[in-house]
Design a protein around this ligand. Sequence first.
Ligand code: HGY
Ligand code: MN
Ligand code: MN
Length: 449
Amino acid sequence: MTLPAETTGSGRTTASAVLDRCDELATHSSAPDGLIERVYLSPEHAAVNALAAGWMRDAGMTTWQDAAGNQCGRLEGATPGLPALLLGSHLDTVPSAGRYDGILGVLSAIAVVERIAAGGCSLPFALEVVAFGDEEGTRFGTALLGSRALAGTWLDAWWELTDDAGTTLHDAFTDFGLDPAAITAAARSSNDFVGYLEVHIEQGPVLEERDLPLGVVSSIAGARRFQITITGKAGHSGTPWSHRRDALAGASEAIVAIERLARDADLIATVGHLEVFPDAVNVIAGRAEFSLDLRGRFDADRDAVWQQIEAMLEEICAARGLHVAVHQTHAAPAAHCSDRLRGVIAAGIEVAGLEAASIRAAEDDEPDPAPEPVELLSMAGHDAMAVAHLTEIGMLFVRCAGGVSHHPDESVTEADVAQALDAFEAAVLALAAGSAAGSAADRAAEDSA
Ligand code: HGY
Ligand code: MN
Ligand code: MN
């Protein structure tokens, strides 16, 4: 049973309806004990696609699931067949996730389309919403699979990626009812879109520290992910120091050195996964495998530090009689939000801020003025990085408590979500006004030529 959107009189989907839907989607999880985990091409993925499709249709959109399992919806503009402004985010999660990362963006996009359709606006572009199926890469290790399919940057080498159960991406496609041979049908053309806008929780502390509900994303840090395997020799824990080749001790020294190299270069490095073999209390580790997620504002800085890390790994292993093997599992270049779309997001925040300030003015004598929109870098990756291959991107950040994300404690306030919906709607309308003005100016220039 899907919750009908709670709307104000004018059909304007409310923030509480969006938050209720976040709660409903959170129930579709493969994890026990109330934890949230929803991975690509899973039964939970199919369930939330169906829910999102129903809400898209309620908003007046035609819907389809694309050849990569992304759930899509479209509302025509002033005339049928116009290029679309694409709005979206992702419905998949990390293990033990929060309920807003990605999900808030998809539901905000549907809510804004519902508001614009209810308002009877006919825009100079269509509106499309996409709920990407795999932004995190939780199941197959390589991220942005859904948005890369849409961007036309899918790699056939990915078909042989396997999940923890040994299922290949190829077989997961067919199990989900998709045809791997048809994957290119998911690829869209640059001509299909006038731009891409994504609402997302900040997943960082800046907005909260600045006491701001919303922010404009300037750019998204580029990430590279690796699996690093250090091999030594398993042996009795009574072995003297002179005869030990301890892979876990080598990995531990490397992990601390990675943190120092990244900190010194103002990058972010995370080792989130570590496996030890044979993993016994009285056996020297023969092998240690760990992940590395390395990201920075500029790809060149990130890549330079990666070279330092590679050299450091060789040094540590040479000194300890160990061997190191490195395998890159994911790479996404930094993506810059366009001036035009940063402008409309800022305009939307100002409109929403002014509306909120005017409400406060009605309620108290000394209303604080609407804050100036701030711009911030996203150290978190987003589908927008992949879509940037096709069209201009813009992102609206929403404050999240303590900057916490990728954790069950992830949370937002209804008031901030209400302002985000107003800002997002205003940004879409600002783009429409700019486009309409732009095309009027073009027409005038043609007439006078
Ligand atoms: O890894 C990231 O930054 C994103 O949450 N997938
Ligand atoms: Mn995430
Ligand atoms: Mn996300």
